[in-house]
Design a protein around this ligand. Structure first.
Ligand code: SLL
Length: 215
């Protein structure tokens, strides 16, 4: 698709240029020591950040987090770094996240994040451990206009204020869990390979025992 008819330098699309911006979005939740009078049981934060905690406001203008309607002003607009909202609450729900870019010609994008307050494996349910649920994703800007390209290539500062979930030392647990998961899948794949080998052998036997016919 050509947009070369568009006049003016800053609106010109840069042919054959693709810029990828890795981001992490998600939430972390900490159980409160004591249930609040309003029934709230957790303190949580939903966030969008760069992979290294860098200031992504070089190309992101604002982030809108749409919370459950039981919250006051459920549409939370965050127009400066860090892009996050902290609240207390009692329940899990889907949060709609909308990213707006510095260049107005770049359409905003929307996606959902499921707020997680409780660990997935029940054994931890009584524990006071924070629950992190985050996702890696990549924003792909294909042939961006010149002005957006400038925003995308502006060097960003790495923030000194590390978010709480990066300071808390529970990444080790997480790594262990991920490793377990990988081993489980490896096991499954090996089992499937064995199963196919077995089926293959049976088929080969059948073929061998078939009468040979001359055509
Ligand atoms: C559930 N479908 O039933 C979900 C809804 C709503 C959570 C969860 C705080 C509200 C307030 C809150 O945690 N809402 O401000 O009191 O689990």
């Amino acid at each position: 698709m050509s947009t070369s008819k568009i006049q003016g330098n800053s609106n010109k699309r840069l042919r054959n240029v693709t810029i990828v911006k890795p981001i992490i979005y998600g939430s972390y939740a900490v159980p409160l020591q004591k249930k609040l009078e309003n029934g709230h049981t957790h303190r949580w934060t939903v966030f969008v950040r760069g992979v290294n905690g860098e200031d992504i406001s070089t190309y992101i203008k604002k982030v809108v987090f749409r919370l459950h309607e039981s919250f006051e002003n459920p549409n939370r607009v965050v127009d400066s770094f860090p892009y996050e909202v902290s609240e207390t609450g009692w329940g899990e729900f889907e949060i709609l996240i909308k990213l707006y870019f510095q260049d107005p010609s770049e359409k905003h994008i929307s996606f959902f994040h499921q707020l997680q307050l409780y660990p997935k494996d029940d054994t931890n349910l009584q524990g006071k451990k924070p629950v992190l649920s985050d996702h890696y994703d990549e924003l792909v800007f294909h042939e961006p206009v010149q002005s957006m390209h400038k925003f995308l290539t502006t060097p960003s500062n790495i923030s000194d204020n590390k978010p709480e979930y990066l300071i808390n030392n529970y990444t080790e647990d997480r790594e262990k869990m991920e490793l377990q998961q990988i081993r489980k899948y490896q096991q499954k794949v090996l089992q499937e390979i064995e199963e196919y080998k077995r089926k293959n052998e049976i088929l080969e036997q059948k073929i061998k025992s078939m009468p040979v016919t001359n055509t």
